[in-house]
Design a binder for this molecule. Structure first.
Ligand code: NAD
Ligand code: UD1
Length: 331
């Protein structure tokens, strides 16, 4: 297939590019490089022997996106592009609504114009909001008490995709709700390399390990969890990408929704211990108050993806930590 990856130079998109190329697909990337680097294309080539076609285009630039689609001949779009910093989205909601939602609308308009009928969208566990649940199935309500504009854009885009699939009955949509992606490519060439100060746990642990941040601040130890600290479902980025590959095979007109997670929860303190084991170093930390908008425990029920996609996450958190350390030691 000829596949366009929006956001394909980013953390998850670059790993997807590698897997798709390895399977013989023709991959092109559209990215404005707001949160990634053009060198990623060379890294993809180093791993696969193929440098994907690249369009440095902003999804907000409708005419430029149209140009990309004009000669594209794409069979499938995987839509990774978006801004994803939760804290920033609270400070700059309009930036997030404009970038993520208008960007998606432009993309869908161009797909419509050029007759591209398949799209996979990177959604997030955050769409489930604060329902009092800890383990989420795809059938549970979404859009309830989402605590930040970033999460709301994900929910709204899901709704836009559903409406578009009603209006165009040939459209094939897969919504993938990612839990907590971590890890890096085993080659050490690709990984998570945020341009700004990270706010997710793994990138912060890595910065503490490298002495760039003095200590990890653990946001609360009074949740109803195994040790009081927050519990999440961390999934290796390569497993996550394999979930996309499994979903491609099942695409059909209409909307399919899958959680991509492991179904297992790990607390912040457990993550600290695993990191210390993987690296052989002590990780300095301090327990501080809860972070606003945080939930105690968020775990995927991953049964639907297992049953319908025949996909399940294979890699462990230790694998992810080893791969991330390897990536950081090379970069
Ligand atoms: P990332 O920031 O590494 O990649 C996103 C890419 O999109 C970047 O390369 C960025 O330059 C590009 N981009 C942003 N706005 C753009 C625009 N207007 N036009 C063109 N390109 C644009 O993020 P990631 O971790 O790879 O995440 C990929 C997708 O998965 C995002 O939509 C994100 O919201 C979603 N997601 C990520 C996580 C996570 O923890 N990483 C969790 C759930 C969902
Ligand atoms: C966060 C976002 C969520 C987004 C997801 C993936 C919030 C409120 N939620 O979720 O919308 O979809 O990232 O991008 O920001 N932790 C610490 N210290 C830190 C950082 C994190 O203790 O310095 C804890 C958190 O409290 C949480 C766990 O580590 O219990 C994981 O945090 P994080 O990586 O930010 O992911 P989420 O909270 O799941």
């Amino acid at each position: 297939m000829k596949v366009l990856l929006t956001g394909g130079t980013g953390f998850i998109g670059s790993h997807a590019a590698v897997r798709l190329i390895e399977l013989g697909h023709d991959v092109e990337i559209l990215d404005n490089l707001v949160n990634s680097k053009v060198e990623v294309l060379d890294k993809i080539k180093e791993i696969t022997g193929v440098k994907p076609g690249f369009h440095q285009v902003d999804l907000l630039d409708y005419e430029a996106v149209r140009e990309v689609f004009k000669d594209g001949g794409y069979d499938l779009v995987i839509h990774f592009a978006g801004l994803k910093a939760v804290g920033e989205s609270v400070e700059k909601p309009l930036l997030y609504y404009e970038n993520n939602i208008e960007g998606t609308i432009n993309l869908l308009k161009c797909m419509r114009e050029s007759g591209v009928k398949k799209i996979i969208f990177s959604s997030s566990a955050t769409v489930y909001g604060d329902t009092g649940e800890t383990k989420f199935t795809e059938e549970m309500p979404v859009g309830v008490k989402i605590s930040n504009p970033y999460g709301k854009t994900k929910y709204m885009i899901e709704e836009i995709l559903r409406d578009e699939a009603v209006a165009d009955e040939d459209l094939e949509v897969v919504i993938l709700r990612y839990f907590n992606p971590i890890g890096a490519h085993e080659s050490g060439l690709l990984g998570e390399d945020p341009n700004d100060i990270p706010n997710n746990l793994m990138p912060i642990i890595m910065k503490v390990a490298r002495g760039e941040i003095k200590e990890l601040k653990i946001y609360g130890d009074d949740y109803e969890t195994v040790d009081g600290t927050g519990v999440r479902d961390y999934i290796h980025v390569v497993d996550l990408v394999d979930g996309h590959l499994a979903a491609i095979k099942k695409m059909k007109p209409g909307v399919l929704v899958y959680n991509l997670g492991t179904g297992r929860g790990t607390s912040v303190l457990e993550m600290v211990k695993m990191f210390e084991k993987a690296s052989g170093e002590k990780l300095p930390y301090e327990i501080v108050g809860r972070r606003e908008g945080d939930l105690g425990e968020v775990i995927a029920n991953a049964d639907k993806a297992k049953k319908e996609l025949d996909w399940t996450a294979l890699r462990t958190i230790e694998d992810a930590m080893r791969d991330t350390l390897n990536y950081l030691s090379q970069n």
